[in-house]
Ligand binder design. Structure first.
Ligand SMILES: Nc1ncnc2c1ncn2[C@@H]1O[C@H](COP(=O)(O)OP(=O)(O)OP(=O)(O)O)[C@@H](O)[C@H]1O
Length: 597
């Protein structure tokens, strides 16, 4: 459908690649519109075109009325085509509006409201009187490379559509400028390419509503079209850079803002950062970024006007470009103007554009580096604080440890003192008990000796023992012997060792101790000193129990004292000393030492 095709063409602001393609697409669609139009009812089509033209005319009129008080007074909100042309024919409204859009474009405007007689009869006189206005307006518009029209288009039989196109184009340019002049601009839904050939046929560039169909394109227009498409490619490259820079700026700024929200918004940590929350935050960021662009554009405009000393009201093109260069240099030196290169639209002199690009790129690099530096500085400060904090914590911990160690030292020295005292007392007790102690153990009868009568008559608690000699009579038959202690036949190995054990500890405190068994053959010396069964701990004799305690105590004291234990086991038999630890059966004579641990 033709209407749909037009809507599709009018409803985009797409990526550069899509826009690059659009030049071709729009022409093809216009051709298809022309072909399809024939199948439509002529009347219906004409009516629709008239409605569309009227709608665009009202749109242009509304804007003119907003921009200029003369237009407000002389133009009705919805003028007929004739009234519209008549009101604009003297060029006064157009010049006034153009000077507002681009101050100084028409330096001299013939302004005699009294003579602005709005009547069909006075049109010729008015056209002559204000011919200068119209000429100046058309030249200025052409200089600005906007859509233009012929003066005759405002006369009877002329095409007011071209005039409407020119005004809407001017409107689009004005709005684009107000929003900061970034990138490309559009009017009536059509992207305006800001790059033109030296002799640009501005009347066809981007003019969707032009009445001409593809069929009507003559060869020169076709060449112009090809030139336009070629230039579109150049523009495409330039615009891709612009788009990349904008994408970078947005990413940088957007992510910074997002980061700031996440850091500074209270209670955000309670929110689950799911896709919906991220989307919401990002849409807020996008909104902020958009408003920043608009604000920045407005401020830029104000700043430029200030630099240009707006009260002068007019400057030559060269002066204006010089002022922009000056402004860019100032902004570059401040290293904070990411948008500077977009302030100059395409189509200007190459040298100016290159300077602006270099300046802008330089500013961009400096800006990025400065931001990185700021980030590093911030990070450095944070790390420094962290290190200082850790340092003070370590110092506190260290002083606590030093204090603790000192108190331990004090406690340790006291402990050693007490321990020493304890040892002294202990060994004094052992001395008091007697340096030489003699114990007597009575061996039970061996199996098979049950009929024999024991010679031990009585064993006293104080170490006395009475022995009966059946071969003697009277007083001589009984004799009493005194020992430190007498152990009866039922005493266990453990009980025997209990009286010996304290002496083992004295050995480790540096006292000399000697334990030996004495008695006739078969009296139980081996039984008492070694024990009948080494595999059973219960039956261990004095030797093994003493060694076990020695190793146990030396283990307990290993942190403070290191003991070396040597063992030797000897037997004195028939007045000969023999080594009992020799295992080859040679019974080598003393001294021979075996090292145990
Ligand atoms: N208190 C005891 N209870 C039970 N049996 C014992 C006791 N003392 C010794 N005997 C037993 O008496 C026997 C002789 O003991 P043992 O060999 O110890 O004597 P001895 O003095 O070492 O002899 P020798 O001097 O000839 O070596 C062994 O059979 C031993 O088991």
């Amino acid at each position: 459908m033709p209407q749909e095709s037009l809507q599709q063409q009018n409803s985009f602001f797409t990526s550069p690649s899509k826009r690059g393609l659009k030049g071709l697409v729009s022409i093809n669609k216009e051709a298809s519109i022309t072909a399809t139009e024939e199948s439509f009812n002529d009347h219906e089509l004409a009516q629709r075109k008239a409605e569309e033209a009227a709608s665009r005319r009202y749109q242009a009129t509304e804007w003119l009325r907003q921009m200029d008080h003369v237009a407000f007074a002389s133009l009705s909100p919805q003028p007929s085509e004739e009234d519209f042309s008549l009101s604009l024919r003297n060029g006064l409204i157009l010049c006034n509006v153009l000077n507002k859009v681009n101050p100084g474009s028409v330096p001299k405007v013939v302004e005699k409201p009294a003579l602005a007689i709005q009547s069909a009869e006075g049109a010729a006189h008015s056209a002559i009187q204000y011919f200068e206005n119209m000429r100046n307006f058309l030249e200025a518009v052409k200089d600005m490379q906007l859509l233009t029209f012929e003066a005759s288009d405002l006369e009877k039989g002329g095409s007011s559509n071209k005039v409407v196109d020119c005004i809407l184009c001017l409107k689009g340019f004005y709005e684009w400028k107000l929003s900061g002049g970034v990138g490309v601009w559009r009017y009536g839904g059509t992207v305006r390419i800001t790059s033109f050939p030296k002799k640009s046929p501005s009347s066809i560039v981007g003019s969707e509503s032009a009445d001409e169909s593809l069929d009507e394109l003559d060869s020169s227009q076709y060449e112009q079209l090809l030139e336009f498409l070629h230039l579109s490619e150049d523009f495409l490259i330039e615009e891709t850079r612009t788009a990349n820079a904008l994408a970078f700026l947005f990413d940088h700024f957007g992510l910074r803002l997002l980061q700031a929200y996440l850091r500074e918004t209270n209670g955000i940590e309670d929110l689950p950062l799911n896709a919906m929350v991220i989307d919401t935050l990002l849409s807020k960021v996008v909104k902020d970024f958009s408003s920043l662009l608009v604000t920045q554009g407005t401020q830029l405009g104000l700043f430029l006007k200030k630099i240009l000393k707006g009260d002068i009201g007019c400057l030559s093109k060269r002066e204006f470009i010089e002022a922009i260069s000056l402004y860019l240099n100032q902004r570059s030196s401040l290293a904070s103007n990411d948008f500077s290169k977009f302030c100059i639209c395409g189509g200007k002199r190459d040298s100016i554009r290159q300077n602006a690009n270099y300046s802008s790129k330089y500013a961009e690099v400096i800006n990025i580096q400065q931001k990185q530096l700021e980030g590093m500085k911030y990070f450095f400060e944070e790390t420094k604080l962290e290190v200082q904090h850790m340092h003070s914590e370590w110092e506190q911990e260290l002083s606590r440890l030093v204090h603790h160690i000192k108190s331990l030292e004090v406690a340790s020295s006291s402990y050693h003192k007490v321990l020493e005292e304890n040892r002294l007392l202990y060994n004094q007790v052992q001395d008091l008990k007697g340096a030489i102690r003699v114990y007597c153990r009575v061996r039970p009868f061996l199996p098979g000796q049950s009929n024999v009568t024991s010679t031990v008559d009585y064993i006293g608690e104080n170490g006395d023992m009475m022995v009966v000699n059946p071969l003697k009579h009277g007083k001589d038959s009984r004799r009493v012997f005194s020992f430190n202690k007498v152990f009866g036949t039922s005493v266990t190995q453990e009980q025997i060792y209990a009286d010996t054990q304290p002496l083992i500890r004295s050995v480790l405190d540096g006292y000399n101790v000697c334990i030996f068994a004495y008695g006739q053959t078969g009296s139980g010396k081996t039984y008492t000193m070694s024990g009948p069964d080494l595999t059973t701990e219960e039956t261990w004799g004095v030797n093994y129990r003493a060694l076990r305690d020695l190793f146990h105590i030396s283990k307990e004291r290993e942190d403070s004292i290191k003991y070396e234990v040597f063992v030797q086991m000897i037997e004195i038999y028939n007045e000969q000393v023999r080594d009992l630890l020799v295992i080859d059966g040679s019974n080598r004579r003393y001294p021979l030492i075996n090292y145990l641990s």
